[in-house]
Ligand binder design. Sequence first.
Ligand SMILES: Nc1ncnc2c1ncn2[C@@H]1O[C@H](COP(=O)(O)OP(=O)(O)OP(=O)(O)O)[C@@H](O)[C@H]1O
Ligand SMILES: [Mg+2]
Length: 346
Amino acid sequence: MTYALEVEGLDKSFGAAAVLRDVALTVEAGSTTAILGPSGCGKTTLLRLVAGFDKPDAGTIALGGRVVAGGGWTPAHRRSVGYVAQDGALFPHATVGANVGFGLPRRARTRSKIAELLEMVSLDSVYATRRPDQLSGGQQQRVALARALAREPELMLLDEPFSALDAGLRANTRRIVADVLAKAGITTILVTHDQPEALSFADRVAVMSSGRLAQIGTPREIYSAPIDVPTAEFIGDAVVLGAHVESGRARCALGNIAVTANGVRGDARVMLRPEQIEVTSDGAGVSGTVVDVEYLGSEMLLGIRLDTPDGVLPERVTVRRFGATPLAPGDRVGIRVLGEAVAYEP
Ligand SMILES: Nc1ncnc2c1ncn2[C@@H]1O[C@H](COP(=O)(O)OP(=O)(O)OP(=O)(O)O)[C@@H](O)[C@H]1O
Ligand SMILES: [Mg+2]
């Protein structure tokens, strides 16, 4: 199979600092991949290598089956790659039209072609004569995307393109961009450190940590079966408890619960997502006491200290509760677990 992008054994250091270590990634044509990782883990460095702005120290990069780095070198302008930089990077003194036109061959820089590109990102052609500072942040991001689309790339690299936008505009711009790229059938890699953004935007998520790709999978796999506890905690809220695992069950502070063992036996840790833990008023399951309440509008986060079953140390869990009757510290509650926990080595 020919992949839109195939990265193997990629290493990159700046001076003595190893920034990327043995990175391997394959991306299918027409798919959307999110690279998710904390600040400084190497996300931009990886995109810059793929775009051809930097050379790797070791490893290979192939685009559409053609090696472009490592055992050959294709410069950035000869790669069919669009790149929207982290800061958008529009030319501040040029009009919107000139910015978009920059991505086009000189003879194709017509008013109608530029209007067409602006329309693709849901911007009216009247904006063409404005300067970037006369646009909102979201509009500027879309101009940067239009400029990248002008080159008709096979692969689009988006480096945190929505990070400057407020929550509402961000979700809206994200939908527009996802739509444009899907319609044009452009393979897309989105870099973000926003978990919901990665999970909602992409077909596949690659979790990056200290220059390595810790896990690659569908959003569902990454969220419900993270490879280890740090990845689980990075991807979302996690309840992690000491446990004893045996034949598909885990004995822990939440009782004797179903578990995906992943080959783990005996002493272990188990991980649950807060929405798997249900607060009951009928006294079913394990009981506990509410110790704190964090009000978040549509939901509440409840800290609950569990009553201790025999031989298990007291533990505290955080539970998510939507729109139900308010609970206060000191209230007694029952707790029931939904679905399966995931087991890890202790
Ligand atoms: N040109 C450079 N020279 C020296 N060090 C660099 C250079 N570019 C990046 N680094 C270092 O490499 C590491 C990874 O940087 P990178 O920009 O790839 O991180 P990132 O994951 O994109 O982070 P962020 O989410 O903050 O954008 C950082 O420690 C950074 O300081
Ligand atoms: Mg970056």
